[in-house]
Each structure stands twice: as structure tokens, then as C-alpha cells.
Design a binder for this molecule. Sequence first.
Ligand SMILES: [Zn+2]
Length: 269
Amino acid sequence: MALVELERAGILKFVISQNVDCLHLRSGIPRQKLAELHGNSFRELCPSCGEEYVRDFEIETIGMKVTSRRCSNSDCGAKLRDTVLDWEDALPPKEMNLAEKHCRTADIVLCLGTSLQITPACNLPLKSIIGGGKIVIVNLQVIAGVMQLLDFRIPPYIRIDLVQLILRHVPKSKVKKESFTFGKNNVLQELMDVANKESQCGQHAIIERKVLPRSEITIDAIVTNLVKYNNAENTKPVEAIPIANTNGIKRCSASTKGTRTSRKRSKLA
Ligand SMILES: [Zn+2]
């Protein structure tokens, strides 16, 4: 949304995205100021007349295949295609040409949240330098390399998310009530310590559990840290930046062993 405001203020001229989730289009960036290099999983294209259709549902195919719908233009009616690139597909020339043009003439290219690893898209920002522009990179992976060159260490960033998980039809016998013996602060601190010392993401513990008829509700704490991986130097504990929200937690689990986090989770209200 910050980009939308910058665009409305006339500062941001163009957005180049490698996302296919329609986020930029839905945020309000005008289509003519957006290059979606890898396509958009909500957008269909008429290969005959060039009409685009942005749907409120995800298109069922990828790889620019024919979908089940046709162009609505009365003098066309051609079969529509999805716009998401498959691995072997080349970047769409229309999007790429616009992206190159704007990079060549940009005063500043902001590179946000990209590792700049995938060619040819990663070379786009360099075109601004040739034209006398500048590049600003906002990205953990790239800045980690810069910090390494400078011999500085990035302190781990640790955040705690509290999520509620509901399991249906769980036998009561599966729940160990005796596991709720320690205070929540001890559990959270232990999670943060592990994340800090071992450079691991996804430290996980249950801090509240309720068993209702035919279901089990748990509130889990998931601790995520962002540090350099596979680097022995970073396994030493350093001062962390805890971001914690512990409101509304009443009981805790002694189980603080790290486990993989589930992607199927909902935020605690
Ligand atoms: Zn058409």
C-alpha cells in the first residue's frame, strides 16, 4: 500500500513484480504501470484481441494453457488462456519491454524483497545505472552479503506468532493434561533462546489447550527468527530483538522441542 501512495503522489512511476498472486493489481497499482513478469494466477488473456480479464477466483491452469472461458468481446469470442509462466516459458515480451524501458529511465530503482537471483529479471535494475540512476536494495539475503563483506553481524530478528488450531474429532485420551506445568513466560523465553542460539526457524510450543466435545483447541506459539543460515559464526548467541504478543494466554506447555510449523494456521483474534 505504500507503493500505491507513492504512485498516487507521482513519485512511483512503475512496478515490476515477479509475484503471481495479484497483490499489486488488487492494491491499486494501475495495470498500465505494472509489469507482471511471471504472470498473474487471477488474470486471463485473450490471445486474439489482447483483452485481459482479472477474476475473483484463481485460474485453474498454468503455463498459458486454454481455460474453460471465452473472450466476451462480441467480435472475438476466442478461447482465453491463463497468464502464469511454467518453468520453461520465456518472460512475456510485452511486460519485459515495459520493465526494461522504465528501468533505463528511472532515477532510482527500489528492489524490494527479491534475492535478485533469477535472470533475466535480476539484471533489470542494472539498466538504471547505465542511464545514470541508482539502485536501493531492501532485502535480507542481499544485505546479509553486504554485512559479511563489512564484517558486521546481523542480530537475529525474533518474532512470536500466536495461532489457534482447531482439531475436530480428537479423542480426549490423546491430550496430556500433565504437560501444562510451566509458566508461559518460561516457555516463550526458552523458544526464543533456542531460536537465538541455533539459528532455526519455526520453534514451536503449545501454550494453551482446551478439549471440547469432539474437538481440541490449542493456542500455539511459533517463534521465527531471521538470520544467516549455515554459518557457524551465527550459531553463537547474540542480543536478540524480541517481538512478542502474549496477551490472553493463561496456561502453558512444558513441551518446547522445535518442530516444523504448519502452513494451515489462523491468527489468534
Ligand atoms: Zn478477444
